[in-house]
Design a binder for this molecule. Structure first.
Ligand SMILES: [Zn+2]
Length: 130
């Protein structure tokens, strides 16, 4: 189950960031939401990932956190002629300018955490002005 191992890895990364951020006397911050950058060629099904993420978050600092995904379009560059194009889906890796197949993907396989939204630390009092 590809998406489950990704979800577990994301939860693990956010948890270690939370532990690293906390002071000795503080409770570790909890996460409210995580945004993932997912390349359209990464082979990840966002709905399935969201489902697995919910399961992976149970009993962690991310319990109840929401997962959002940003899709990154696939792009390729041709080694011989330096053309650069959107691969589309399924990816077209044959150069539209010179027809060479010697291209490399430059985007579209991303699978990384773009943003973590932390719960606001509880404040005892907030002065109000009016
Ligand atoms: Zn080319």
């Amino acid at each position: 189950m590809h998406e489950m191992s990704i979800a577990l890895a994301v939860v693990g990364q956010v948890e270690s960031a939370a532990r690293a951020a906390k002071g000795d006397d503080d409770a570790a911050p909890t996460a409210r939401g995580v945004t993932l950058r997912v390349g359209e060629l990464a082979g990840v099904v966002p709905d399935s990932l969201r489902f697995c993420f919910e399961l992976a978050c149970a009993d962690t600092l991310l319990a109840g956190a929401e997962l959002s995904t940003e899709t990154v379009a696939g792009r390729a560059r041709c080694a011989p002629c330096d053309a650069d194009w959107a691969t589309g889906l399924p990816p077209d890796l044959c150069c539209p300018r010179c027809g060479s197949g010697a291209s490399e993907l430059t985007a579209g396989r991303e699978l990384e955490i773009a943003e973590v939204r932390w719960a606001e630390p509880a404040r005892v009092t907030t002065p109000e002005e009016d």
